[in-house]
Design a protein around this ligand. Structure first.
Ligand code: HEC
Ligand code: HEC
Length: 351
């Protein structure tokens, strides 16, 4: 009996702690009412913008909703299940994927104001991250538009609800990208609570010393606050661009660019193997064997389901309902040059 009571209270304690909503804005005032808030590199960009008088972001967390916690959201994103009422595990969201199959949770671009796949490739390499088709969920709360550009073509009307609404974007991805079950309301809210922890920090923006000074001045009520808000917002993308492209017209000739073997190796290891090594998120297996490289090289220029041009540019479709499929790489996620780099690497490795 004693053990049960103990376990029970420990559980309650854990839940209470998990419920504590951490993003509540500090007032920045001490007991005497003097300001204690100072601008530091680890301050949330959102908080600074609010202090400069900017409109709040349109997706605050509904902290009154039952069972909502950032920790449950984190578990859903990383492992595919959450902890609901009483700490019970929910059913897996998707049989095939977790969110991190296709999205990073860390900063993945050295300069957040541009979406440049080559700069990203080198950056993720240096930071031990994979190179993926989805945009990082780091900074997702700082965005206001989702499934941009050509994703409208892919998902059609489904995008209408999701383009201005992060909750709908999460739900769309759970069902369509991850090919899984619909999320319950508290699960969406928990994922959103977790996303708020992944908001951009001032240090992520590339501000020169004079610009930093300008921000400080504006925060102290000196200077052009609106101008500084605009300056800060130019340092990151509020919408991740997406351009769909086709395989080269002649797959034998390719994109007519000289491939760089070393760069190709990075793509193979940080991208293809992320999902295909030991069949991690796919049935089709790839590794560093001659067999893998021969197979890929043979099919590159063909019109088959194994052609890398084919699967990378068009993706594969989730046939017959809830199946694993490969998302396409937009031009922002893999350039034509990078595709040729990969081809050059595959060709060299088959020898
Ligand atoms: C199989 C790959 C895949 C999986 C799994 C996946 N996503 Fe996505 N997701 C994408 C792609 C591709 C996009 C297209 C837009 C982009 O990210 O650039 C996207 C878009 C999004 C967006 C909008 C991002 C933006 O800026 O436009 C959100 C939010 C999102 N996903 C959340 C999730 C969550 C939460 C999960 C897990 C429940 C998940 N995704 C699982 C591939 C995936
Ligand atoms: C986000 C995970 C993911 C990434 C990254 C990824 N793939 Fe895939 N790929 C899949 C899935 C899932 C399938 C669907 C078939 C399966 O499950 O094997 C697939 C299918 C394929 C196929 C067709 C296999 C068949 O049986 O029809 C090839 C070839 C392929 N991928 C090669 C690559 C190459 C090369 C890269 C790197 C440029 C890559 N993939 C990156 C997940 C991924």
């Amino acid at each position: 009996m004693k053990a049960i009571v103990l376990t029970f209270s420990a559980l309650m304690l854990c839940m209470l702690m998990a419920w504590r909503w951490p993003a509540s804005e500090t007032t920045g005032m001490d007991k005497q009412g003097a300001s204690t808030w100072t601008l530091t590199k680890d301050k949330a960009v959102n908080e600074v913008l609010l202090r400069l008088g900017d409109e709040p972001l349109p997706h605050p967390v509904d902290t009154n909703m039952k069972w909502v916690s950032a920790r449950a959201g984190e578990e859903l994103v990383k492992y595919g299940f959450g902890r609901g009422p009483g700490g019970f595990k929910t059913s897996r969201q998707s049989k095939h994927f977790v969110c991190t199959s296709c999205h990073n949770l860390e900063k993945e671009d050295p300069d957040l104001s541009v979406s440049d796949p080559q700069a990203r490739l080198l950056y993720v390499k240096d930071n031990g991250l994979p190179f993926l088709q989805g945009t990082s969920l780091y900074g997702a709360v700082n965005r206001t538009q989702f499934y941009n550009g050509d994703y409208r073509k892919k998902y059609g009307d489904l995008v209408n609800a999701a383009q201005n609404d992060i909750r709908e974007a999460i739900q769309l991805c759970a069902e369509e990208c991850a090919q899984g079950r619909r999320l319950r309301d508290w699960e969406v809210e928990s994922i959103l609570a977790y996303f708020w922890e992944l908001g951009l920090k001032m240090d992520d923006l590339i501000l020169s010393d004079p610009e930093w000074q300008e921000v400080e001045n504006a925060l102290n009520g000196n200077g052009d606050q609106e101008g500084v808000v605009r300056m800060i917002k130019r340092r990151y993308l509020a919408a991740s661009p997406a351009t769909f492209v086709t395989p080269p017209k002649d797959r034998k000739v390719g994109y007519e660019l000289e491939g760089n073997v070393e760069n190709g190796q990075l793509i193979y290891e940080l991208s293809c193997l992320h999902c295909h090594e030991n069949g991690r998120y796919a049935f089709y297996r790839l590794d560093d064997s001659k067999f893998s490289f021969k197979h890929l090289d043979r099919h590159f220029s063909r019109y088959t389901r194994y052609s890398v041009y084919q699967v990378a540019r068009y993706g594969t479709s989730p046939l017959n309902g809830k199946r694993a499929y490969m998302p396409n790489y937009t031009l922002e996620k893999m350039s034509n040059q990078q595709m040729e780099d990969l081809r050059a690497y595959v060709k060299q490795m088959r020898k």
